[in-house]
Design a protein around this ligand. Structure first.
Ligand code: AGP
Length: 614
């Protein structure tokens, strides 16, 4: 999805916009643009490509102005090119607008406007929106603030917008519905605005999260005014940001993804800290204690999520069914929201999202809420839409995740879900204290074990060198390791563009085994545990068809090491904790393969960090 940024103050806007867009580039990176107001005129620059291409295009041209807006795009309507890039101007050129989201009724609005003489340059829904606001302003004589509100009351879809009027360089108008928008409050009515807090943190820690269907007027004289789409006044609720600036820097690593892979011992520690008391043998999850009645009465757990978060949800299914003996269904949020699912008021719905802004997950939450279910969120971004939409929840304290391919958020999610399952088992009296203690102690040792596995980085790199030119790959796992097979395959797909599939190891015989020959690398999680013997047989079935085996094995394993072409050892742990440790070599492998193939690991093609439209 797109990244939007804006500035209104005494400083030169251009540098702040460009720096902000670079911080937001993980949200979408196929074209970019900025517009500033100077001497009553717009300087508007936009082009296909990255923010660095935009800087080149601007070069030494005049980029003055103390108010401006900027946009980095993930194309929805119209291919990435110079014309479809944002900002878009009104028919008379007095207004410019940037937008993150989709205007669903743009086609009907467009034909009405064409009948009224409007001329469009681009294929975008966004250009229609700024023309529509202009039309309302001209037809009603309303000021821009009111014209935006009136126009948005007739718009269907998702939006975060910022709009400028060249005749009024002391003001910015912004609005949101479904797409995120946060306002940074500086001194003396200086304002920053952005899709998330990363472009704002270095200037101010005071922020206001705009709620759905709110419109804001940011004015150098009158300050910040917020109204709802039905024109109700809203007092701005200023919050202080917790995030640290260095958390959004690369910290000496070649990429955010590599940094985030290596941050996992710390991010898991931060996600479990203060949530278990090993001395007392108790787990303390505020979202469980405060809503004990809902967890006690729960007859079923529904997990709703997308992508990597869905894989974390699949691990949670195994955890809750084993520890708390509650049936779990793991739902792709995009399917769940349109399947007219059967939801009971006694259901607990766990919504998992790193960004907290994924549109399908948000919609699945609203659907379950209407049916009276109790919604528990697991999010990584503080103040995100999903965090604010749920009845209760737990943050994963992984810190900002900038690399588009999720890594540390996955292990932080699984750690928090692990504690949640233990906490509910404890609440419902489903686990003996000594087992609870042992599992808590084992969870507590996971960061150290991951630090050990990170030392295999060079070995993994050598394996990546061998398979970097593969065209396909298969990932196999059983039980708790099945979701990790799916996650390993997703990582390789999304950053190296090699087609890969994850499968339950036993399911291989029912089809995928047909794909296996000497060209097919087969990544298998074969750690010693409940299904070890079964996995060994699956490996032999692959070997019999000349497939190449790359196995994740338990330290000291001899049998699989003998069978496999390559083996990566990980420390022994309870089956239920293997997902947290065995995923690391898969993250590293996909990273090295992608780098060796010359791919941009932090900003893979066609992807975006948070999917805020359907
Ligand atoms: C994972 O690497 C991808 N970035 C993607 O699948 C992601 O997990 C999915 O879009 C869900 O995002 P969320 O956790 O922010 O909701």
């Amino acid at each position: 999805m797109c990244g939007i940024v804006g500035y209104l103050g005494d400083r030169p806007a251009y540098d702040i916009l460009i720096k902000g867009l670079k911080r937001l580039e993980y949200r979408g990176y196929d074209s970019a643009g900025v517009a500033m107001i100077h001497n009553g005129a717009f300087s508007l620059f936009k082009c296909k490509g990255k923010v660095s291409d935009l800087e080149e295009a601007v070069g030494m041209q005049d980029k003055s102005g103390n108010v401006g807006i900027g946009h980095t795009r993930w194309a929805t309507h119209g291919p990435p090119n110079d014309v479809n890039a944002h900002p878009h101007a009104s028919n008379d050129g007095t207004l410019v607008l940037i937008h993150n989201g989709i205007i669903e009724n743009y086609a009907s609005l467009k034909s009405e406007l064409i009948n009224r003489g409007h001329v469009f340059k681009s294929d975008t829904d966004t250009e229609v929106l700024v023309h529509f606001i202009e039309d309302i302003r001209d037809k009603t004589g309303a000021n821009l603030f009111d014209a935006v509100r009136i126009a948005l009351s007739e718009v269907i879809g998702a939006y975060a917008i910022v709009i400028l009027d060249k005749s009024n360089p002391h003001q910015m108008i912004a609005a949101r519905k479904s797409s995120p928008l946060v306002i940074g409050v500086g001194k003396d009515n200086e304002f920053y605005i952005a899709s998330d807090a990363t472009p704002i943190i270095e200037y101010t820690r005071n922020v206001v999260y705009l709620e759905d269907e709110e419109i804001a007027r940011l004015d150098r004289t009158d300050g910040l005014k917020i109204v709802t789409i039905s024109n109700q006044n809203k007092d701005p609720y200023v919050q202080e940001l917790e995030m640290k600036l260095e958390a959004i820097e690369k910290g000496g690593y070649d990429s955010f993804m590599l940094k985030e892979i290596h941050e996992q011992p710390r991010s898991i520690n931060d996600s479990i800290r203060g949530r278990m008391n090993l001395g007392m043998g108790t787990v303390k999850m505020s979202g469980v204690d405060e809503h004990a009645d809902r967890w006690n009465k729960a007859t079923r757990i529904l997990v709703v999520a997308c992508g990597t978060s869905w894989h974390a949800g699949l691990v949670a299914e195994y955890l809750f069914e084993e520890f708390a003996r509650i049936p779990v269904e793991v739902e792709y949020a995009s399917e769940f929201r349109y399947r007219n699912p059967v939801i009971y008021p006694t259901d607990v719905v766990i919504a998992i999202s790193q960004s907290g802004e994924t549109a399908d997950t948000l919609a699945a939450i609203e659907l379950a809420k209407e049916a009276g279910a109790f919604i528990f969120g697991v999010c990584n971004v503080v103040g995100s839409s999903i965090a604010r939409a749920t009845h209760s929840g737990a943050y994963t304290h992984a810190g900002p995740e900038i690399g588009v391919a999720s890594t540390k958020a996955f292990t932080a999610q699984v750690s928090v879900l692990y504690l949640l399952a233990l906490s509910v088992a404890q609440l419902r009296g489903m686990m003996r204290p000594e087992r609870l203690n042992r599992l808590m102690a084992e969870l507590n040792s996971v960061p150290e074990k991951i630090a050990e596995v990170l030392k295999t980085n060079e070995d993994v790199k050598k394996i990546a060198e061998i398979y970097k030119d593969s065209t396909n790959a298969l990932y196999l796992g059983r039980g708790y390791s099945f979701p990790v097979a799916l996650e390993g395959a997703l990582k390789l797909k999304e950053i190296s563009y090699i087609h890969a599939e994850g499968y339950p190891a036993a399911e291989m015989k029912h089809g995928p085994i047909a794909l296996i020959d000497e060209e097919m690398p087969v990544f298998v999680i074969a750690t010693q545990g409940a299904s070890y013997e079964k996995v060994v047989s699956n490996i032999q079935e692959v070997k019999a068809r000349k497939g190449k085996i790359i196995a994740i094995v338990t330290e000291g394993d001899k049998v699989v090491k003998e069978l496999a072409d390559h083996a990566i050892e990980i420390p022994k742990s309870d089956d239920s904790l293997v997902p947290l440790i065995s995923v690391i070599p898969f993250q590293l492998l996909s990273y090295h393969v992608a780098v060796m193939r010359g791919c941009n690991v932090d900003q893979p093609r066609n992807l975006a960090k948070s999917v805020t439209v359907e």
